[in-house]
Design a protein around this ligand. Structure first.
Ligand code: PLP
Length: 625
């Protein structure tokens, strides 16, 4: 457990069972109801579901919705805060219909709503947020269609709040609303002065892409007054960035936002809601610190800072407490899904062996390396330096045509054998070896994993996000191999380069040796926010098959697969790139027919080849192993 940090990043949902398999406790209200991940894998395999697959634990999703809403409700009660909490889920974080439906269902008792940031998202939330008491917050840049669809929402009796990002949006909205005779609910997004830290620091400050400056907000207030529409201004919004790792930035933003709210109220703007945006972080790396992949606060602390922070400023400014809105996406969805897959091979430098027997008249470089093989009592640093230097000379000699391929293979075999011996002989406690990390990296195996980083873990590649990767079983066995995880795309960027090892982030990770005839399953966790929907089709690897899991409420750990959503077939992926797969199949058939006519292929064999090609078109884009 310590090695992979499961408990630390697991947030109470993930731990290791006595049988050495990942154990899931998906319902925060039922701590005795657990799921054994090995049993889930057995079921997936029994049902013939191809790996890699995304597993969604719907009970985790529901738990996260409940925890956030109940924490706000409890804190509001404790603080004797006069407003309510009416949160929204920003669907950009995970637009999967099943995810959005589950969130709406779990959030119904709390009037939990949705947020959209584009026209298609708006069309989705219009249809899926049917609760007239829940908010629909509309962010992002808008055109006339966007605004008209929002007004349609008002016609349906929904609390749709159009958040103005730019002055020109209001200039477009006012005549449109008047023409259609629909009264809009308007929000104002403020550009914040506080500078957040982390990967999304650009979401705040003067150069932020979104939001209105104080001057623009005042101009908007004037325009609304002039148009007799000031009563439509209902909400003040800010968002200083996602994955906020430092609670101090959140406190600062809350006090800046609350102060602005209070001043606007004092000017006569009838705001009812203060929307603090997203940003509630996730402890991906389990360090509870201010690294970009962690956070130095709990959800309770975050909520308390918001509620008490706003309350205090309202008291100081003598204004009513606003209803509080937050747009947490990552915190709601990250834990609920993981990617499970298998290791399909191992690439290791020490793997290939060549007969190193001395040959008559062999080159001096071969003999030198051989001497190092037997020099086990030599100082490890010196032995390492000599081996590295002979290896470099070998390369130079090969380029000059001095060494034969056999000699190269012998030197290579001996070189890796020496490095492995040096590594194994090092007593790390007592011996300082300068290049230890380099040596470990060189000797680490590469485990070839049946998935695409670009499809399933885009942020690990794009922004250096750490995601936990853990073997699903054998967690009660000591892992013997250090390795890195590489994917099956033909891109050298297709690898994970940061791993959780204890409380550290390492360049490689201990895993178990692969056993012949036994599948080694690994899981990549906390992928439910952004990773699920931002993946691309590099190398034409398509979306993964999805397995949706629910838990029975009894204590025997029983679960059921409620739905399997098939992954994208090769055919579908090709079609999105404008290929005509009928034409492709016909072309292959045409060439086969030609060979049949020439008598080179038997007619029946020709039919078999055609069928096979068509079957592969309909099949998975990943490795079938
Ligand atoms: N609201 C807005 C306006 C955003 O831009 C984002 C994402 O950056 C979110 C909410 C969701 O943020 P998070 O996933 O950090 O909760």
């Amino acid at each position: 457990e310590e090695l992979y940090g499961v408990k630390r990043w697991g947030a109470g949902y993930f731990s290791i069972g006595d049988n050495g398999s990942i154990k899931i406790t998906p319902n925060h209200r039922l701590p005795d109801v657990t799921i054994d991940m090995q049993e889930v894998m057995d079921e997936i395999i029994a049902e013939g579901i191809q790996l890699p697959a995304v597993i969604r634990f719907h009970d985790i999703l529901r738990s996260q919705v409940e925890i956030l809403n109940e924490t706000f409700a409890q804190t509001i009660e404790d603080a004797k805060y006069n407003g309510k909490y009416v949160g929204v889920f920003p669907i950009k974080v995970n637009q999967m219909r099943e995810v959005v439906e589950e969130i709406m269902d779990a959030g119904e008792p709390y009037n939990y709503g949705l947020e959209a940031g584009s026209k298609p998202e708006l069309m989705a939330v219009l249809a899926y947020n049917e609760n007239p008491n829940a908010l629909t917050i509309l962010n992002g840049y808008k055109d006339e269609d966007y605004l008209t669809l929002a007004l349609l929402g008002r016609q349906l009796g929904r609390k749709m709040i159009i958040v103005i990002e730019k002055f020109s949006e209001l200039e477009m909205l006012i005549p449109l609303a008047k023409k259609l005779g629909v009264e809009p609910m308007i929000g104002l997004r403020s550009k914040m002065m506080v500078r957040s830290s982390g990967k999304w620091a650009g979401s705040s400050g003067d150069r932020a892409k979104f939001g209105l400056s104080i001057t623009e907000i005042l101009n908007i207030v004037d325009l609304l007054k002039k148009e007799d529409m000031l009563h439509c201004a209902k909400l003040l919004h800010f968002h200083i960035g996602s994955q906020l790792s430092d609670i101090r930035k959140i406190k600062e933003a809350v006090s800046e936002g609350a102060r602005l709210y209070a001043k606007l109220i004092q000017m006569g703007v009838p705001l009812e809601y203060l929307d603090i945006g997203g940003g509630l972080g996730i402890d991906y790396d389990g360090t509870s610190s201010t690294t970009d992949s962690s956070r130095n606060y709990s959800t309770e602390e975050y909520v308390a800072d918001v509620v008490y922070g706003v309350k205090q400023i309202c008291q100081l400014e003598d204004v009513p407490h606003p209803n509080l809105v937050s747009e947490s996406g990552r915190a709601i969805t990250a834990h609920h899904s993981c990617v499970v897959t298998n290791i399909v091979g191992e690439i290791k430098n020490t793997g290939a062996q060549f007969d190193i027997t001395r040959a008559e008249g062999e080159h001096i470089l071969v003999s030198n390396m051989r001497e190092l093989i037997t020099a086990a009592d030599m100082h490890p640093q010196e032995r390492y330096n000599d081996a590295a230097s002979f290896k470099q000379s070998t390369y130079e000699a090969f380029k000059l045509g001095i060494l034969s391929l056999e000699e190269m293979a012998k030197i290579d075999t001996m070189y890796w054998q020496i490095l492995a011996e040096i590594h194994d002989s090092l007593d790390r406690e007592t011996f300082v070896f300068q290049e230890l990390e380099e040596l470990e990296d060189m000797l680490a195996s590469q485990y070839l994993c049946n998935f695409s980083i670009f499809q399933s873990a885009a942020d690990t590649w794009a922004i250096g996000q750490v995601l936990p990767i853990v073997p699903i079983t054998r967690l009660n066995e000591k892992p013997e191999v250090r390795c890195s995880i590489v994917d099956i795309t033909c891109d050298s960027d297709g690898k994970l380069s940061k791993y959780i090892e204890g409380t550290e982030i390492s360049d490689n990770i201990p895993m178990h040796t692969l056993r012949k005839g036994e599948t080694y399953h690994v899981g990549m966790f906390l992928t439910g926010a952004y990773q699920d929907v931002m993946g691309d089709m590099h190398n034409l690897f398509g979306r993964l098959t999805e397995v949706h899991i629910y838990c029975h409420d009894d204590e025997d750990g029983d679960f059921y697969i409620e739905e399997v959503v098939p992954g994208t077939s090769a055919e579908k992926v090709l079609e999105t790139m404008q290929y005509n797969t009928d034409y492709m199949a016909k072309t292959v058939k045409k060439w086969l027919d030609r060979e049949v006519r020439k008598g080179k292929i038997a007619p029946r064999e020709g039919v078999r080849w055609t069928d096979y090609y068509e079957k592969c078109l309909a099949g998975t884009t990943y490795l079938k192993v």
